[in-house]
Design a protein around this ligand. Structure first.
Ligand code: BES
Ligand code: MN
Ligand code: ZN
Length: 497
């Protein structure tokens, strides 16, 4: 489960001598495409060897200024020159993050005699762009069980003319952030026979403690003693018993208390409402919210941000069995509300409800939950955009701004007034499911019932973006993506004093 052989990254004001690969850019301007970051002596050597300039050579190989398009050209002394499209020249941090990610994925997959040194030369100066480039490199270099036949990347050297401390600060922030994202990816990718509530809680404890975060774990007995009826019902069908994990980071002088709650279903078979084979296959990703929360709290503590952050991870495995909870069961949730189970595959909202109620006991200033909650959210927004729901637009905007700064795609969906009436039950305080329409919205309306009305709250549905079941692209690998980690860290950054 630990990630090994992580490449290092450092800043330099000029291209180092003899890198194994040199990444330069090709950007779009009104006067045509221009090369970005190519040192004069390399340009001269290329012109001499090919009789034309690097942009033309790259073009012949299929390269272009299209963002993320990357080709390799043989450079002087056998170095690989990677020409990567940046898109329009007035680059955003996300454009650079994606371009560098593409270039690095290309290099990481090439055979080499030993682990490669990769120089990235893109004329990055602004701290946010430096951060984007560094994150693109470290995120693009990740793959689950990296190919054994190539040595991969040993170190990155990021070339920047910025000698100010803000350059180094941006780099350090990027390193901590990327490490957290890659950790979340690794947990998601770890199959559910190896990562289940007990082992996931152990991993959370080890990771968070190393960052001096206080960790508390409720095992099944403690959950029973305190009446966590949602988590226990969902976890009841598995021999791997459920856990609730609390991570507390409370630095001196912090003025704001942020609570973040993650869905940690280590495998979602659908319970007695069994999923189809295709629908079930990727369901090791159903703990991605909890992975994001644990990774983000750890990173926030490592960064020493002056904000109190409490993370909660509700962990259970949703399997069908003789001890599984049934559709129509009435559950008593933590705090006493009763819920009629409409569908055992709507398990996420039940574990989240318990954790939300628990988290509110500390009266945080803002509650944020992160969950791979509904297929309906994917129907609405596709696989790359996460849903954001809140009861007030101020809270929604706060999170949307953090997502924008982090380079993650979120789109606000409403919690319409007709959602709550769909959850009426004849036998309990409310039912867990509505009708077949607007499933992401009724799920949010359900969760809303478990957050005190006066507490600012936002719900992130990352069902789509948490897992890439297709080919890798930009800095996104196949499998777990680490969705929401960057947004959570950026939000804590924005709220810290
Ligand atoms: N974990 C799923 C949602 C999901 C689907 C995540 C696809 C990632 C990819 C969730 O527990 C679920 O099964 N939701 C149901 C709810 C329904 C039964 C009301 C759904 O979306 O179909
Ligand atoms: Mn489910
Ligand atoms: Zn689920």
């Amino acid at each position: 489960m630990p990630i090994t052989d992580v490449p290092t990254i450092s800043l330099a004001t000029s291209v180092p001598r003899d890198p194994d690969a040199l990444v330069v850019g090709l950007a779009e301007t009104s006067e045509g495409d221009v090369l970005v970051g190519l040192p004069d002596e390399v340009a001269k050597a290329i012109n001499k060897a090919f009789g034309t300039d690097l942009a033309t050579v790259a073009g012949r190989l299929g390269g272009s200024s299209k963002n993320g398009r990357a080709v390799v050209v043989a450079g002087p002394g056998g170095a690989r020159i990677v020409v990567v499209g940046l898109g329009p020249i007035d680059v955003t941090p996300e454009q650079v993050r994606r371009a560098v990610g593409s270039a690095v994925r290309l290099v990481a997959g090439l055979s080499a005699p030993s682990r490669q040194t990769v120089a990235i030369s893109l004329e990055t100066v602004e701290p946010q762009v430096i951060k984007g480039a560094a994150e693109g490199a470290l995120l693009g270099a990740y793959s689950y069980r990296a190919a054994a036949d190539v040595p991969g990347i040993g170190q990155f050297v990021l070339v920047s003319a910025n000698r100010r401390p803000d350059a180094k600060q941006a780099l350090d922030l990027a390193v901590t952030t990327a490490k957290a994202v890659n950790q979340a990816r690794e947990w998601v990718n770890t199959p559910a026979n190896l990562l289940f509530p007990e082992t996931f809680a152990d991993a959370a404890r080890a990771t968070a403690r190393a960052a001096r975060v206080d960790v508390e774990v409720w095992d099944e007995k403690a959950l029973e003693r305190e009446g966590f009826g949602g988590i226990l019902a969902v976890g009841g069908g598995s021999t791997r018993k459920p856990r609730l994990v609390k991570l507390a980071y409370a630095p001196r002088g912090a003025r704001f208390h942020l609570a973040i709650i993650g869905k940690g279903i280590t495998f979602d078979a659908g319970g007695l409402n069994l999923k189809t084979p295709d629908g079930m296959y990727t369901m090791k990703t159903d703990m991605a919210g909890a992975a994001a929360v644990i990774a983000a709290v750890t990173a926030i503590a490592e960064l020493g941000l002056r904000i109190r952050v409490t993370g909660w991870a509700a962990m259970a495995e949703n399997l069908p069995s003789g001890s599984a909870y049934r559709p129509s069961d009435v559950l008593t949730m933590y705090g006493g509300k009763t819920v009629e189970n409409g569908n055992s595959d709507a398990e996420g909202r039940l574990v989240m409800a318990d954790a939300l109620v628990k988290s509110a006991e500390e009266k945080p200033n803002l509650v944020l939950d992160v969950a791979t909650l509904t297929g309906a959210c994917m129907v609405a927004l596709g696989e790359r955009v996460a849903g954001l729901m809140a009861r007030d637009d101020q809270t929604a905007d706060l999170v949307l701004d953090a997502a924008e700064a982090a380079g993650e795609q979120f789109w606000q969906l409403p919690i319409p007034e007709d959602a709550r009436p769909k959850l009426e039950s004849k036998v309990a305080d409310l039912k867990s499911t509505g009708d077949k329409y607007g499933g992401a919205l009724t799920a949010a309306a359900f969760l809303s019932e478990f957050v005190p009305e006066e507490t600012p709250w936002a719900h992130l549905d990352i069902a789509g973006p948490s897992f890439n079941s297709g080919a890798p692209y930009d800095y996104t690998p196949a499998g777990g993506t680490g969705s929401a980690v960057r947004t959570l860290i950026a939000l804590a950054h924005a709220l810290a004093n």
